[in-house]
Design a protein around this ligand. Sequence first.
Ligand code: BEZ
Ligand code: FE
Length: 287
Amino acid sequence: MTTEHTTDLTGEVVDSLERTADARLRELLTALARHLHDFVRETEPTMAEWERAIGFLTATGQMCTDTRQEFILLSDVLGVSMLVETINGHREPGATESTVLGPFHMTESPVRALGANIDLMGTGEPCVVSGRVLAPDGTPLPGAVLDVWQADPEGFYDVQRPDVQPAGNGRGLFTADADGHFWFRSCVPSPYPIPTDGPVGKLLKATDRHPYRPAHIHFIASADGHAPVTTHIFVAGSRYLDSDAVFAVKDSLVQDFAETDDPSLAREFGVPNPFRYARFDLVLEPV
Ligand code: BEZ
Ligand code: FE
């Protein structure tokens, strides 16, 4: 087919979408058809390649269950999740930047009192995480809610190893105090590989990419009258900060987990001395 014919074909497909009642759906499908056709014109896949691509997408769908979302993983490793997140993220200067949700926020975090230890196994290097939830002008947001989740020191979330970890390990739902202050205890997170036993793992292998994410803790922070933010804090100095498998690192989210040798502070926090201490504020944009 000449380019002229394939352009006609694209026009026909676009015309076929014209009666779509939902204007946004029409816009999305029209752009999808145009971009897909341009992709095919540019790369000219063979029939065998086309069948392989369909097979890959089929296998991706077949890998999805209630506890495994291979399509989100595919979107993550292609940088699409991060692009969507950034486009929808908050732009007010000083507001905490967002990053990907990831596939492991799939259970409700247990409600915990400020100061609780979310490392139920007690196997990791103890750390204290504290800070305040603030508006961009520095006003504290009392009663802000923080949903927190992290992998264990071996790099697994509770839902990945229900036979090894108690449900809720590494998770907590905290409410900030009257000064917008929050704190909890945990263990220093470790880098870990995203799941590689499915089609996305094959894609990473075929493209000579590693599957690792730098050490991080996930947060969703929300407060009345403010836009919630889905984000992480990354451990300064962690391996893979410059090559996150899902492209989710933003410099503003990298925080020191400072080595702290202070017996009286350790006693106050109820952690063994020395311990690692991460302090940062979360800033939410008003709506
Ligand atoms: C996570 O950080 O939990 C995650 C994010 C994207 C893909 C896989 C895992
Ligand atoms: Fe994670």
